[in-house]
Design a protein around this ligand. Sequence first.
Ligand code: TYC
Length: 101
Amino acid sequence: MSDAGTKPRTKARPKVDRPRMHKVILVNDDYTPREFVVVVLKAVFGMGEDRAYAVMMTAHQRGACVVAVYAKDVAETKAGQGSDAGRAAGYPLLFTTEPEQ
Ligand code: TYC
């Protein structure tokens, strides 16, 4: 028989931190064509042409660019899809992930 709610709770319930969000980071390389990077950003991350071009150019000029922030499993899946698309086309295109904060 359940006594849910009838007994005082005697154990402490420590506040738990929310799971951290994870950044997806686009890493520059010397071989992947700019237009291919733009195509992948549009396909995998749902960006429009202008946003995708701006993110690609930031990675191109600065070495890397944060693409988006997601829950860990979503970030890892999307980073994998982007890197896989590059590999399938013979390019070293790389997306990595890292936790926020
Ligand atoms: N640097 C590449 C070129 O000049 C283009 C590029 C941009 C590649 C961003 C990867 O994450 C990247 N063709």
